[in-house]
Design a protein around this ligand. Sequence first.
Ligand code: APR
Length: 333
Amino acid sequence: MARIEIISGDITKLHVDAIVNAANASLLGGGGVDGAIHRAAGPELLTACKLLNGCVAGEAKITPGFRLPSPFVIHTVGPVWEGGTCDENKLLASCYLKSLELASAKGLRTIAFPNISTGVYGFPKPVAALIALETVRDYLANSSEIELVIFCCFDEENLSLYKSAFSELVLFEKVLTEQDITLTSDLASVIWNEHYVPIIGQAQVDYMVTNFQSPDAIRNQIQHENYKYYLLYHQSEPSGYISIKQMGEDLFLSKFYVIKKKRGTGLGKEGIKFITLQARDAGAKRITLTVNVNNINSIKAYQRLGFTNDGPVVTDIGAGYVMDDYKMSLPAL
Ligand code: APR
């Protein structure tokens, strides 16, 4: 799982594969972190930037780092804050996304960001911190190239904003390793026994955990049935897991479980936001799921999250067990 670190310091001193510059559209230098990076990199950086023909807000371009300890600089242009009426949030998120995509394309593994647009460009720091952390979090969930993202804060306000936002951030880690598969299966056993025994009885829970959520079953689903599993981490603790599969124009949400003590803490909403992003990235039109007709709390929770009840569906799961469910769906707008 890629790491996110939040530090205080001067980004020009960092030894990472690339530091990100909060530049302006000309890419010909300026004040703030832009000025610091050009001063530390030396005049060759300006010469290299002159060949780039500028950069529009939300985009990113790359040059060598020259005299900087980091071999590359990714120049991105943040939005000037205009009161939130000119797509500033989208443009700021794009700065982080395009910089990460550029770093991945270059095979870079470690990258450091300043607090883009929160200086001269006047972007409100609390909103900017959340956009930066969530955009990077969502990208890292599906990226195996990037190993470390550092948020290099230069002022105390940004440092405390990033640290408090990060402490509440839900992280999603794609299940790829045997360790993750075992952890997911262990979580499934805990959650299914604490949640489903009152609904479908111990015998059926045992049957389902053994046949559908054992390490072998999860590995088989991932390797041979095109399921994607993600672990949810909250306050550094494995707090749940998600399993999705593209089915035609739908993204089927096969599993979405949160451990009991974390229910009602907003992880459901965060999870659906993440799943909706996966659906959009996959070009799916809807997110569909099935939920046991007697699982009243989950039915209500999904309805609160915008899902509609599309009626009953009965599934024979073998060994004489039948799943009596409702099919529910949510447009992946
Ligand atoms: N290391 C890390 N962060 C720094 C450094 C540094 N050496 N110097 C400044 N910062 C921080 C600022 O404190 C701020 O939190 O970078 C963040 C971004 O502030 P700016 O550099 O002002 O960038 P931005 O708000 O995106 O405005 C961009 O400012 O410098 C000009 O040419 C630049 O026109 C562009 C505009």
